[in-house]
Design a protein around this ligand. Structure first.
Ligand code: ADP
Length: 258
């Protein structure tokens, strides 16, 4: 009748024995699915009203005079509406990435094309305030999902810029290493205290510093990165020194390298 889901763990036990533990996770999975659907639906439903609000705020702002006392309030409202919209969009991206349990890893991602896009994006974000450099192996391509990989890389780059003071440097690498293809972003930014590092990829987890609150991010970026990377059989590695800067990196395993 109803399909049950079992989680089975096999543990070596002494020299010649094994311990097999089976757990019925049907209900847990159902609840998890309901949570995901709920988040996806709510985000989707919020998008339209927010777009309408944004549109009217823009019209009102363009009609108000320079010295109109409401001008400041309108600007603030518009900023906050934009921020809310981008959070809702990030939530949608996250629920889509979480949902795709198995992705198609047969396609080859053209990394040259992707790096070019990332470069344009990084330059637009950094303007003249940061020195952004790229060190890229032009031959190195991988099997994977282009959108998810791009989303991961682009989140890491925008964070590096966001959490670095103007005048700082951002260095991006894509190169062959012993175990696969490594992508890394090194910044000379504010850095992260050790006790926060293991929790950064949790949804909405933000280091409680003035910078995080000011920057207007959603707290979802690294959760998106984590899920996108797990679909590519890899995980995020974070090295950071408070006050000095951070390196966020991942290695696409050799069996996915072209
Ligand atoms: P946010 O939208 O807050 O940037 P993320 O999930 O992308 O959300 O990141 C979570 C938190 O990790 C951030 O709020 C910030 O405190 C910290 N963080 C991420 N990237 C960096 C970085 N390059 N340097 C310092 N702190 C970072």
């Amino acid at each position: 009748s109803e399909k049950r889901v079992l989680e089975i763990r096999i543990i070596a036990y002494g020299e010649q024995q094994m311990l097999l533990i089976a757990r019925d996770v049907t209900r847990v999975r159902q609840l998890e699915g309901m949570r995901k659907d709920f988040v996806a639906n709510v985000s989707h439903e919020l998008k339209t009203p927010l777009t309408v609000l944004q549109g009217y705020l823009e019209v009102m702002q363009s009609m108000a005079d320079e010295d109109d006392p409401n001008q400041r309030a309108l600007t603030l409202m518009q900023q906050q509406a934009t921020r809310m919209k981008s959070m809702v969009e990030q939530l949608l991206v996250l629920s889509r990435i979480e949902d795709s349990a198995e992705i198609n890893l047969e396609k080859v991602v053209d990394m040259q094309k992707m790096v070019a896009l990332l470069r344009t994006e990084a330059e637009a974000l950094a303007r003249d305030d940061y020195q952004v450099t790229f060190e890229v192996d032009p031959q190195l391509n991988v099997h994977g999902d282009e959108l998810q990989l791009r989303s991961a890389c682009s989140n890491l780059i925008s964070n590096a810029i966001r959490y670095t003071e103007p005048g700082g440097t951002i260095h991006i690498r894509w190169q062959q290493v012993a175990t696969g293809a490594m992508f890394s972003v090194t910044d000379s930014g504010i850095g992260i205290a050790q006790q926060h590092i293991s929790r950064l990829t949790e949804r909405f987890y933000r280091v409680d510093n003035a910078r995080s609150r000011q920057t207007g991010g959603s707290g979802l970026g690294l959760a998106i990165v984590k899920h996108a990377l797990s679909h590519h059989h890899t995980e995020l590695v974070i090295n950071s020194t408070l006050g000095k800067g951070s390196t966020f990196s991942f290695i696409i395993p050799q069996h996915l390298v072209v």
